[in-house]
Design a protein around this ligand. Structure first.
Ligand code: AP5
Length: 319
């Protein structure tokens, strides 16, 4: 089969032609010199695995997903993973003979879960599923569930399971999470949620617990700001915005006050031991009091060794 596929482009990226030479192989050619491509862009004649049952093309470099489309159209994306792909009835995945990682990350409010998830996602290509983000998205729709969720969030309490549990389950069942692995942030937060997740068959490979002292947590909460345009998390002292323009548009979460974080901390303390008891064999405790780069180095080391074990196990099965 020789199919000339449509190109890939973003503002800073030259167009790229993807040609399938048979059912498993493809070649890539660029309209510009290779020096203008990202360093992790796949080399020519990369071999990608074809998914016969799907209609999308996902083009990845290493573990990082660069583009994905579920229909034969081009959808621009302006952030860092901003490659755009057209699909022609084929779902191409890089050769990978081991199961993708399934990671949980937990910790007190403002312990740095969201910040670390950005770094993990970037390096490992996992799909970030954050219970708090799903809830805030539900609130933004103005639905009854969203209104109810907001009442609990304003009090720093857990939103009832009948709202959260199915929301998270449905997100984890989406094909991107299944294909690329997932990074579950802020869930489960109670024994009942952990039990429900297990009942649905979701078993993490690792449970990362960020440990941060309480005075640092409060400082992180009150200084946190969000960029509504890029979704990036800032801190007025530790990760200040890069430009005046960004600084002017930053917003603060409605529950990011000193008073509310104390309520959220109480809720965390009431539940954390029960959740930990479910995952004690796979828990890795991380010192979250240090800089975000130092925190990531600890997590990266744990994930790298997990991945190496997995690859070795898969190699020994194949051999
Ligand atoms: P959620 O949105 O999950 O909030 P949270 O758990 O309180 O955690 P945060 O998002 O506040 O903090 P984070 O750990 O992600 O820290 P971040 O990286 O932003 O939940 C909100 C509410 O939704 C809950 O209270 C509850 O009501 C409800 N809810 C959520 N999940 C639920 C569930 N499963 N069941 C029921 N209800 C649920 O970092 C914080 C700040 O610190 C940032 O400014 C950042 O720049 C800075 N920072 C991060 N790391 C560092 C570092 N190493 N050094 C210096 N600064 C740092």
């Amino acid at each position: 089969m020789s199919v000339n596929m449509v190109a890939v482009a973003s503002m800073a990226t030259p167009s790229i032609t993807i040609s399938f030479t048979n059912s498993k192989s493809l070649s890539l050619s660029s309209s510009s010199s290779s020096s203008s491509l990202p360093s992790c862009w796949p080399s020519s004649n990369s071999t990608l695995r074809r998914h016969p049952s799907s209609c999308a093309l996902t083009l990845r470099c290493g573990a990082a997903v660069f583009a994905s489309s579920s229909s034969p159209s081009i959808s621009p994306n302006s952030n860092s993973s901003s490659m755009i792909v057209a699909a022609l009835g084929i779902d191409a995945q890089p050769e990978r003979d081991y199961e993708p990682l399934q990671v949980m990350i937990s910790g007190a409010p403002a312990s740095g879960k969201g910040t670390q998830c950005e770094l993990i996602k970037h390096k490992y290509g996992l799909v970030h599923v954050a219970a708090g983000d799903l809830l805030r998205a539900e609130i933004a729709t103005g639905s009854d569930n969203g209104k109810l969720a907001k009442q609990y969030m304003e009090k720093g309490q857990l939103v009832p399971d009948h709202i959260v549990v199915m929301m998270v389950k449905d997100r984890l069942l989406k094909p991107d999470a299944k294909d690329n692995g997932w990074l579950l942030d802020g869930y489960p937060r109670s024994l009942s949620q952990a039990t429900a997740l297990k009942g649905f068959g979701f078993q993490p490979d690792i449970f990362i617990l960020l440990e941060v002292s309480e005075d640092i947590l409060v400082e992180r909460v009150v200084g946190r700001r969000l960029d509504p345009v890029t979704g990036k998390i800032y801190h007025l002292k530790y990760s200040p915005p890069e430009t005046e323009e960004i600084a002017a548009r930053l917003t603060q979460r409605f529950d990011d006050t000193e008073e509310k974080v104390k309520l959220r901390l109480n809720t965390h303390h009431q539940n954390v031991e029960a959740v930990l008891s479910m995952y004690k064999d796979i828990t890795v405790k991380i010192n979250g009091n240090v800089s975000k780069e130092e925190v990531f180095a600890q997590i990266d080391s744990a994930l790298t060794s997990l991945l190496e074990q997995r690859k070795a196990a898969s190699g020994s099965v194949a051999a």
